[in-house]
Design a protein around this ligand. Sequence first.
Ligand code: VGL
Ligand code: ZN
Length: 251
Amino acid sequence: MVTDRRGFLKSTMVGALAATAAAGVTRAHAQGALKASPKGTPVKPGPRDVLLVVDVQNDFIPGGALAVKEGDAIVPLVNQLGAGFEHVILTQDWHTPGHVSFASSHPGKKPFETTTLAYGTQVLWPDHCVQGTPGADLHKDLKIPHAELIIRKGYRKQMDSYSAFFEADGKTTTGLAGYVKDRGFRQVYLVGLATDFCVCWSALDARKVGLGASVIEDACRGIDTNGSLGKAWDQMAKAGVKRIRSADIAV
Ligand code: VGL
Ligand code: ZN
């Protein structure tokens, strides 16, 4: 898809159009975005759109317990996008000490290995985002004061929750689907960490509860363990999750 867009941009680089496209690309670069939308007009978020900012927490930032490469690089862009949305929801990974998703809770297991639990395969992680610890705090530079809700997840000791909507059994609800429905939101735009886990699972579940879902690619970063990032994009594409860039949003 990205390749197609590049092809499209190249093929339209003529005359006045070239000037317009070039200006768009320069502007996007200055903002840390990668490419303007080939479809032209960026979309302005409306009252039924909500930005879901996933797990922008210290433990997922370089230096943190489960650092995502360049995790901090998205923060200015996430702030900028946040300012363009009337409605913003933040999520926080929020585990108990000794959580079942921690490798340290499984003798003989190392981080990034897997184990089988009642609800399926669980990737085992370094201890991270333990409730009330600095690693679980939102990144200090994240500035979206008008965010309306912070939803915490993964607080049941025996069950993980990548998704902001349903925990790892696919049934236990976090309450977010009900909240979003009550508020009348129809379309969720996702940014944050990590693309291939909490962002992906949240986007898939958004589709399951009947919402439109768009992942803003350049405002996310992935972990990519055992091919997880490629798999995540495939799954999202199949589920009708749109893969867009920040330049596609008018903020
Ligand atoms: C996440 C692994 C474990 C995430 C959370 O936020 O993507 N990944 N816990
Ligand atoms: Zn976690």
